[in-house]
Design a protein around this ligand. Structure first.
Ligand code: PLP
Length: 372
């Protein structure tokens, strides 16, 4: 049996008529850049997150960059985040001329360890970015209270957490602002590149909308230096269609995760991810821990199962951050995640028999004695 890591085509086929109709509408109105379809999606998505405002932008990376600029991050500032994220989280900090400062993550959730946060805070710390990795929010309450004590803003990197919840509150409504990616493979994916910032802060939303549009207050009057960070009209229309299905798609992901968890519980050498007590996990990624990850990966590949690794190199050890290599060994949990986590196929349309087959092959290969 062949099982892909992701199957965007299956999802497209299930909504293709509706999507094509919505795209045709955008084309006939020539609402290509920003405009009514983006505004409609902004309203719907803010409401979905339980938040007041949303700004549609070009990508998740741009969302993070614009949100940090909107929060006033400047050269010389420090922004705290985790080393086991997609590079974009740190990149956005660096693009502002600020310095990423890393805090290690918790062994059980792979998200920011609140206990390690206070020692990373300095007079220059401007923002803290917890990452809701793999679809599960970070432990936000302690992070928010530490931040509040120091007068520091908290920006959620919710790029993998559309519809995820913390103690019944949705990702996107937890911090000062939150950033989402609508990259095609995300739980809510556009048909091209797109991203968004969500916030309850009206002033911040206004500032971000100005920054994404060359800092103009009206056409050709530029109050501040911004950029072109607008969302395409077509993406806004596609996202409005897809948003209606997001809850049911997330439910299917959770059902698949439950099946994996039941079938792989107690298998030697493989640890399935846990859902924290505070969380409603939306399983953007289903990453199991294996002490012999590379062998497991190639064995599963040989059985026709595509897996992924998120991410093979923690940010502080990336070539792009070579200047920070003195940090090697400082974040042992993030470093072990990079060595041991293997992402199994996970998408709403994954079938029961595919999950059965994957679990059967994982069990078969885990019988091989590992190197440890
Ligand atoms: C996908 C992702 C981003 C970047 O989003 P793009 O839309 O690809 O620019 C940022 N942070 C995390 C955690 C992501 O998964």
């Amino acid at each position: 049996m062949k099982v892909p890591f992701l199957n965007l085509k299956a999802q497209y086929d299930s909504i293709s008529e509706e999507v094509q109709r919505s795209i045709a509408e955008v084309l006939s109105r020539c609402a290509f850049s920003g405009g009514p379809y983006v505004e409609k999606f902004e309203e719907e998505f803010a409401a979905f997150c339980g938040s007041k405002h949303a700004a549609g932008v070009g990508s998740g990376t741009e969302a993070l960059w614009l949100a940090l600029l909107g929060l006033g991050v400047q050269p010389g500032d420090e922004v705290i985040t985790v080393p086991n994220s997609f590079i974009a989280t740190a990149e956005a900090i660096s693009l502002c001329g600020a310095r990423p400062v890393f805090v290690d993550v918790q062994e059980d959730s792979f998200t920011m360890a609140p206990a390690l946060l206070p020692q990373a805070i300095t007079k220059r710390t401007k923002v803290i970015i917890p990452v809701h990795l793999y679809g599960q929010t970070a432990d936000m309450d302690p992070i928010l209270s530490i931040a509040e004590r120091h007068g520091i803003a908290v920006l959620e990197d919710a790029c993998q957490a559309h519809g995820s919840e913390y103690k019944g509150r949705r990702a996107g409504s937890l911090g000062h602002a939150a950033c989402f990616s609508f990259y095609p493979g995300k739980n809510l994916g556009a048909y091209g590149e797109a991203g968004g910032v969500v916030t309850n802060d009206e002033q911040l939303a206004k500032k971000i909308k100005m920054l994404r549009d060359h800092g103009q207050s009206r056409k050709y009057y530029h109050d501040v230096i911004g950029m072109n960070g607008r969302m395409d009209g077509i993406q806004g229309a596609v996202l409005s269609v897809k948003l209606k299905y997001l809850d049911s798609w997330n439910k299917q992901r959770r059902a698949n995760a439950l099946k994996y968890q039941e079938k792989l519980a107690g298998v030697t050498g493989v640890k399935v991810p846990d859902e924290m007590d505070y969380a409603h996990h939306v399983y953007h990624v289903f990453a199991v821990r294996s002490r012999n990850r590379e062998k497991m990966r190639s064995d599963l590949q040989a059985s026709g199962i595509d897996c992924g690794v998120h991410y093979p190199v923690p940010i502080h050890l990336q070539e792009a951050y070579a200047a920070r290599k003195e940090l090697a060994g400082k974040f042992p949990v993030a470093e072990s995640c990079a060595e041991e986590l293997l992402s199994l196929p996970m998408f709403p349309e994954l079938t029961g028999s595919e999950v059965d087959y994957i679990c059967q092959e994982v069990k078969r290969h885990s019988n091989v004695p590992d190197s440890a």
